[in-house]
Design a protein around this ligand. Structure first.
Ligand code: BTN
Length: 338
């Protein structure tokens, strides 16, 4: 009950952001004593909310705590499904991806969201680990239940990466690009990555977990030494501290929008957008794949989402997945598990 009052007081103050709300008004609205109001505001301030208090004026809301708190994420979230059900928050978690997979297996609905302020065993692509910092990056994983057959898996992954890149472009105006298949880049440095795990049987995709790891407010020295030359953050690129909740909300909005538009006709738009955003096209690349190393020039993407590489003999080889070898930008912020 107490926590419900606290939530309602927070909403009332937030609705009047920058304006004074008297203690009397809050007492009357919620039918509680002045002492109780003041106790809840104190607790909110301890959580990191910036709420000014002044005798005879009352309370004035300035800002949230820049933590990924579920009530912050839900506040004015303009999605229909993503982030509208369970939002599981942890200060420290092994991996949001692992947890979201557990929830998906347990039958949690589409849109279930897991967030953490830091991870002890963040997972990257191809068995790598992901470094996330504490309260500075964004670690989120969302459960999706796409009504698609497994053939769509590659296009689905591509779509989710494009959606995250577009969300970041809109939120920040910074020159964010994709490096196939799932890296988010600014220039030659890695800003983040998208991890897509799809569980399917022969006929249908059962669930998908999309995880986003993003460097937001880290300064250069906050990165481990071995990542400093290859990683970047929104803060490093803009000299500004970003509101992580707003960025997370934008990602949810774009994921939902693009993912729901996924059908035969729309695939063409996704591929076109990928061509506009990816930094690999036209570059010489060397990829470690299950069939060995493939070297050549990245030419295009096939309609089913494979990277088309033209080798030295002029042969065009479609590649489903692999690890880029060589100098940055092909090094990632992820490091092999020890
Ligand atoms: C990559 O670049 O290899 C993808 C990195 C994805 C990291 C994110 S952080 C949130 C989610 N939880 C994880 O354990 N991994 C993903």
């Amino acid at each position: 009950m107490g926590l419900d009052y606290r939530k309602s007081i927070l909403e009332a103050l937030r609705d009047s952001v920058g304006e004074w709300v008297s203690g009397q008004q809050l007492c009357q609205e919620f039918g509680i004593s002045r002492m109780a109001v003041s106790k809840h505001v104190r607790a909110l301030r301890q959580q990191g909310y910036e709420i000014e208090t002044a005798p005879r004026k009352g309370y004035r809301f300035h800002d949230g705590p820049n933590l990924l708190l579920p009530e912050e994420i839900r506040s004015d979230l303009p999605t229909e499904v993503l982030g509208q059900g369970l939002i599981e928050y942890s200060e420290v978690l092994e991996s949001t991806h692992l947890r979201a997979e557990e929830l998906a297996l347990a039958g949690y609905r589409e849109g279930t969201l897991v967030v953490a302020e830091s991870q002890t065993h963040g997972r990257g692509r191809r068995g790598r680990s992901w470094y996330s910092g504490t309260q500075t990056g964004l670690c989120m994983s969302v459960v999706l239940r796409p009504p698609l057959v497994p053939d769509w898996s590659t296009i689905l992954s591509l779509t989710l990466v494009v959606a995250v890149a577009d969300a970041l472009l809109e939120a920040t105006n910074l020159p964010i690009r994709i490096c196939w298949p799932n890296d988010l880049m600014i220039g030659e440095r890695k800003l983040g990555g998208v991890l897509v795990d799809i569980s399917s049987d022969l006929e249908a995709i059962r669930y998908t977990v999309v995880g986003v790891g993003l460097n937001v407010n880290q300064t250069r020295v906050q990165f481990p030494a071995e990542l400093r030359d290859h990683a970047t953050s929104l803060r490093i690129e803009s000299d500004k501290v970003w509101n992580r909740v707003s960025i997370l909300q934008k990602i949810l909005v774009h994921l939902e929008k693009l993912y729901w538009s996924l059908d035969d006709g729309f695939t063409i738009n996704i591929l076109q957008r990928w061509r506009e955003l990816d930094i690999l096209l036209g570059r010489s690349v060397s990829l470690e794949t299950m069939d060995g190393v493939i070297s050549g020039v990245a030419m295009d993407i096939s309609p089913d989402g494979r990277l088309l590489i033209q080798d030295a003999d002029g042969k065009v080889v479609p590649v489903m997945g692999g690890k880029l070898k060589g100098a940055p930008p092909f090094l990632s912020t992820t490091s092999p598990r020890s």
